[in-house]
Design a protein around this ligand. Sequence first.
Ligand SMILES: [Zn+2]
Length: 164
Amino acid sequence: MTRAQTIITANKVVSNWGNWQTGNMPPAAFPLSKRRGRCLKFGTAIRWRLVQFEACGLKCRLVIGFNLPKETYVATLAVEQDRDMSVLLSYEFHGTHPGWHIHGACGDVNGIPEGSLRGQWQRRFPKPRGRHRRGVFGVSDDGTAFQVADEFFQLHNEDGTLPL
Ligand SMILES: [Zn+2]
């Protein structure tokens, strides 16, 4: 049984650290479902970066996107299954509602439906009216955006370093 949390805390072998880019992400970067031609789309004003790694024998993709003026941030972790991708969870901040939160699926990674970013199998932690541990956006540039992703998804190398 492999849970999202197992992958987050596992040793990761990063095959691609990616680079920060602005604007539309190519469909091949995060293809949720090739069969149904579905991919994750960001708007044109987003700053994004794709990190690819292997953990627990699974191929994973983490895409980070943020928009400073809107104070929005999304970091979405998915596993590449045979044909499509299963979204494990997103770590998010939206200027409009309170605090950093997670949209995620519980239980075994293999039990998560493929090909969808959102679904009723996901929960929001904490609940919208619940107490949020972190209420401040705190992202001010590429570096802080990457640090937030690192703190949550534990991307750094074994020696604690994180590439730029
Ligand atoms: Zn959200």
